[in-house]
Design a protein around this ligand. Structure first.
Ligand SMILES: *[C@@H]1O[C@H](CO)[C@@H](O)[C@H](O)[C@H]1NC(C)=O
Ligand SMILES: *[C@@H]1O[C@H](CO)[C@@H](O)[C@H](O)[C@H]1NC(C)=O
Ligand SMILES: *[C@@H]1O[C@H](CO)[C@@H](O)[C@H](O)[C@H]1NC(C)=O
Ligand SMILES: *[C@@H]1O[C@H](CO)[C@@H](O)[C@H](O)[C@H]1NC(C)=O
Ligand SMILES: *[C@@H]1O[C@H](CO)[C@@H](O)[C@H](O)[C@H]1NC(C)=O
Ligand SMILES: *[C@@H]1O[C@H](CO)[C@@H](O)[C@H](O)[C@H]1NC(C)=O
Length: 413
């Protein structure tokens, strides 16, 4: 009985071994025929996967054979000698085949680890797009085929590492950024000190906040707007304007509401609006452009000779402001109520859209108009949302914005 069971076991072992060998041979045949096998595709990457799968199958067969041979040998049965020899030969063949496959797999694996695509052939200068998405082609282009980068606009070089600014390579230092700055990235110049504009435009305004700025060609400008029109990259700061025969140092703000504003009046947080001239342009006190945000200083520059069409009235901290055409403030007086209508071009509550408000334009009150961001009668209490930007010098209730927001500054353009 025991003998019978042993025989049965051995027979089934043999059948199993033969079928395993059959699998091994069929796998080898598939690979040898280089036939596309399955969903992994038909390229080098799929072939590599086939090889790796084959090695693991061979490992399995080899281990079974090895263990079986050890058992067979331990029986000391001379009847099995030739069978054992055959098995040992098979085992050796499988081991040799595994060795060959490993030799083959190593370079393919190496290549496919570095490069993308079905054939492990897509990489630019050693970087596969899927593995190095932020550094392939220097992060400034697409690796479109082997070692070919298609650079994004503004970048060039085989590896897309060369920035250009305004079409001139960063390495062309005498020409790029007009020779007055460094091209650090696509169309991004970092300009030398005192140079402005997207491509470090030629300097046409000289001087600085200490000396005051003037046109480099010596031609005088009558307002901040004229400087701004000559050179849109002009920065805010101190400029000499010459409205008539005398030069005056003024402060220009070149960024707010489109730029080109000349600072003309300041009203201190404490005290009253001093200039009741219907915005005619008369002077008061000693104009000092460097006291733009000084506490306790009230003055007005006589601006009657400075070319102008608009006025911007703002709290010292810039929180509340209105922009209006000057002719809306200088003309049309005579009514006796406070329902005259003017258009605010923009304001802190409507920075982009003009709108109408009612103001006082009474016949013999040259403190008029009182101005806020709303209708005149909106100013009903002394509060953050109900205060005035310009108004009667003696009013007690409504200068809240002036007293709590750093005074009032007036600019013309
Ligand atoms: C076969 O098994 C023996 C131990 O029984 C081991 O030393 C040998 O490395 C094995 N050979 C293979 C190819 O697995
Ligand atoms: C096989 O032979 C060896 C040495 O000749 C012996 O030590 C061992 O016990 C034998 N094994 C069997 C299963 O007879
Ligand atoms: C291409 O750029 C990458 C990323 O900046 C860099 O690692 C690689 O060395 C460059 N190759 C060449 C050939 O310039
Ligand atoms: C390069 O700059 C130009 C102009 O500023 C811009 O249109 C383009 O999108 C930029 N290219 C890249 C890749 O950032
Ligand atoms: C530098 O740029 C200028 C202006 O585009 C061009 O004329 C010149 O040939 C460039 N020089 C070099 C070395 O590329
Ligand atoms: C110019 O005006 C803007 C807007 O009010 C302000 O943010 C900026 O600080 C002013 N510039 C200077 C240099 O004062």
């Amino acid at each position: 009985m025991k003998q019978a069971i042993m025989t049965l076991k051995f027979t089934s072992f043999l059948i199993a071994s033969i079928s395993m060998l059959f699998i091994y041979l069929s796998v080898c045949q598939v690979v040898d025929a280089a036939t596309c096998t399955n969903s992994q595709g038909c390229g080098v990457r799929a072939f590599l996967a086939d090889l790796q799968q084959e090695v693991s199958q061979l490992d399995c067969i080899s281990s079974k054979l090895n263990n079986s041979i050890a058992i067979l040998m331990s029986t000391n049965s001379s009847a099995l000698n030739s069978q054992i020899k055959t098995r040992v030969k098979q085992l050796n063949k499988i081991e040799a085949a595994k060795k060959m496959l490993s030799l083959e797999i190593a370079p393919l694996n190496d290549q496919c680890n570095k490069q993308d695509g079905d054939n492990c052939d897509l990489a630019c200068f050693g970087l596969a797009p899927s593995k190095y998405p932020s550094t392939v082609c220097s992060g400034h282009g697409v690796c479109s085929s082997l070692d070919v980068c298609s650079c994004y606009p503004g970048w060039s070089g085989s590896n897309c590492s060369l920035a250009s600014c305004n079409g001139i390579l960063a390495t062309n230092t005498s020409s790029v950024c007009n020779g007055r700055g460094t091209c650090v990235s696509n169309n991004t110049c970092v300009c030398n000190s005192g140079v402005y504009g997207p491509y470090c435009e030629p300097i046409i305004i000289t001087g600085d906040d200490t000396t005051g700025r003037r046109m480099a060609n010596g031609v005088a400008k009558a307002s901040c707007l004229e400087f701004y029109q000559a050179y849109p990259y002009a920065e805010s700061g101190f400029y000499y304007i010459k409205p008539q025969t005398t030069e005056v140092l003024v402060y220009c703000n070149m960024t707010m509401s489109g730029g080109g504003f000349t600072f003309v009046r300041r009203v201190a947080a404490a005290g009253w609006w001093p200039l009741n001239d219907n915005f005619g342009g008369s002077g008061s006190g000693i104009y000092n452009p460097r006291s733009l945000s000084a506490a306790g200083v009230t003055f007005g520059l006589d601006y009657s000779n400075i070319p102008r069409t608009q006025v911007l009235i703002t709290t010292g901290d810039g929180v509340h402001w209105i922009l209006v055409n000057l002719d809306q403030l200088t003309s049309g007086y005579g009514g006796n109520d406070c329902t005259a209508t003017i258009t605010l071009l923009a304001s802190s509550i409507s920075p982009n859209t003009p709108y109408s408000v009612q103001v006082c334009k009474r016949g013999n009150f040259n403190e008029d108009p009182w101005l806020t961001t709303h209708n005149h009668f909106y100013m009903t209490t002394d509060s953050e949302s109900h205060s005035m930007l310009w108004g009667e010098s003696s009013n007690t209730y409504w200068p809240y914005w002036k007293t709590s927001h750093g005074g009032i500054n007036v600019f013309i353009r």
